[in-house]
Design a protein around this ligand. Structure first.
Ligand code: HEM
Length: 176
């Protein structure tokens, strides 16, 4: 048994959009305030792709809860399976938490820049501006995003290492 086609597609879409959202996050903060348009557009793109990641991860989790994972590859030692399962659980948690913290910090920002999904669908801010709350949430959003990046890279490197050692774990996520 392998991963379902929908689970495989979602895995790679989430990975690609996560990298794009991270790159936009670093870019938007680094851009100068003048001219304002590129910075504003980078913020809107970051927030939009981040919200899409949140929706796709919720969908992935729903599929994961309905369908059991494929059987373990017995060529991989048991302790590595346990470590991989732990990392994957933390990755799911961070993939949900990081965008939620991003939304809450955008909603708390003293500057109150509106959030509109791809400049089309307005996303209401459920919290009002609060500089102290914004500082804590924005820091947590940044720190957990870096942890997500580090764990995601570790996860990808281990998948490549298993692949190089002849295991089928990467292939079954790629082609089924
Ligand atoms: C997978 C999803 C996300 C990732 C990986 C991510 C990552 C990041 C990173 C790395 C930064 C910090 C850049 C820096 O300070 O150098 C950042 C900043 C920010 N993100 Fe996200 N983000 C995500 C989703 C979101 C969402 C959904 C929103 C809002 C709807 C959002 C709003 C913001 C805001 C407002 C900032 C700037 C905070 C500040 O001015 O200090 N993010 N994000």
């Amino acid at each position: 048994m392998s991963w379902r086609p929908a689970q495989r597609r979602l895995h790679w879409w989430v990975a690609a959009l996560l990298l794009l959202t991270l790159a936009l996050g670093f870019l938007m903060v680094a851009l100068p305030f003048r001219p304002l348009a590129p910075k504003f557009l980078a913020y809107q793109a970051h927030k939009s792709f981040g919200l899409v990641v949140l929706l796709l991860v919720a969908w992935r989790l729903a599929l994961r809860l309905r369908h059991p994972r494929p059987a373990e590859d017995l060529t991989i030692p048991a302790w590595q399976h346990h470590a991989a399962r732990l990392v994957q659980a933390v990755l799911y948690g961070l993939l949900l938490l990081v965008p939620v913290l991003g939304y809450l910090s955008a909603a708390s920002a003293p500057a109150q820049v509106e959030t509109a999904l791809f400049m089309l669908i307005p996303v209401p801010h459920i919290l009002g501006p609060d500089a102290a709350r914004f500082a804590v949430l924005a820091w947590l959003h940044w720190a957990l995003a870096l942890l997500l990046l580090a764990l995601g890279l570790g996860h990808a490197l281990m998948a490549l290492r298993h692949h190089a050692q002849g295991s089928g774990v990467l292939r079954r996520m790629w082609r089924g």
